[in-house]
Design a protein around this ligand. Structure first.
Ligand SMILES: Nc1ncnc2c1ncn2[C@@H]1O[C@H](COP(=O)(O)OP(=O)(O)OP(=O)(O)O)[C@@H](O)[C@H]1O
Ligand SMILES: [Mg+2]
Length: 266
């Protein structure tokens, strides 16, 4: 079995000095979050680079959703700061899209109108014809052209989550935050959705921070994994270890899986 050193596990320094020198798209600087007197996490520092997919992995209740929410400026940190595109990130921006575990579609709107809603930002204003074209193109990218006129109750779970991905695409966001987006799907559908997500992120040259508790998902999708544990964040450079080839049954994949599982259960 490979040692942690061989797997390039790095404990991220609180000051962030262990982080890469490339200018990040998003940077969390020693963020802490407490609800009343209860600390959810303390002094987390991490970065997401341009065109990078980072998975945030951890046990249930460790604060993954909360960390994602702080990263997206949906929740202010108790202390610390999030920097996005070089500036302090304190308000929701259309440049960052969010995909939740539940697709959160409006039941009274068709698929195409649900996607069109993602353009309801002043800064994303587009004429009606352009909007229609953009929505049609996004639906095409996620393979839902045939379902454009359907309503949410007429969709399978996988299709509904494809609508969420179409919203991400139509908005032209530079970054997407995803909170366990595929955990409610069956294994087969989940795999095709993971592939689709990777394709979309690469094609649109954006970045993603994806929360998951599924080690396989993190290894299949991410360039880097940030493991949230009680003693802080630990980083695994998956891209370096596995490259583009992600075969579930390869020795390297299994070794890395085991190393992460061990760390998760420490
Ligand atoms: N709005 C809130 N008010 C008070 N406590 C909260 C709030 N949101 C989350 N918490 C608490 O913060 C902790 C972390 O919750 P969070 O949902 O971030 O964990 P998680 O890692 O995403 O869990 P899961 O894997 O089950 O989704 C939990 O103890 C939770 O009860
Ligand atoms: Mg959660």
């Amino acid at each position: 079995m490979l040692s942690f050193q061989a797997l390039r596990l790095r404990k991220l320094s609180l000051s962030g000095v262990a982080l890469s020198s490339k200018k990040p798209l998003l940077e969390a600087r020693e963020i802490s979050l407490s609800y009343d007197a209860n600390s959810v996490f303390a002094d987390l520092s991490f970065v997401v680079h341009h065109r990078e997919i980072v998975a945030l992995l951890g046990k249930s209740g460790c604060g993954k959703t909360s960390a994602l929410s702080v990263a997206g400026a949906l929740t202010p940190p108790t202390s610390g700061e999030v920097i996005f595109e070089g500036k302090s990130h304190r308000a929701v921006t259309p440049k960052i899209s969010v995909v939740f575990q539940e697709p959160s579609l409006l039941p009274w709107l068709s698929v195409e109108r649900n996607v069109s809603l993602a353009l309801e930002f002043k800064s994303l204003y587009a004429a009606k014809k352009q909007r229609k074209e953009r929505v049609a193109a996004a639906l095409d990218e996620v393979g839902l052209t045939h379902a454009a006129k359907r309503f949410p109750h007429e969709l399978s779970g996988g299709m509904a989550q494809r609508v969420s991905l179409a919203r991400m695409v139509v908005r032209g966001a530079v970054m997407t935050l995803l909170d366990e987006p595929f955990s409610a799907l069956d294994a087969f559908t989940r795999q095709s959705m993971q592939e689709l997500l990777k394709t979309l992120i690469r094609r649109h040259q954006c970045s993603a921070l994806i929360v998951t508790h599924d080690i396989d998902e993190a290894l299949l999708v991410a360039d880097r994994v940030l493991l949230m544990s009680p003693d802080g964040l630990h980083e695994f450079d998956i891209d370096h270890e596995l490259g583009g080839e992600r075969r579930r049954r390869s020795i390297r994949f299994l070794d890395l899986h085991e190393a992460i599982a061990e760390k998760l259960n420490d």
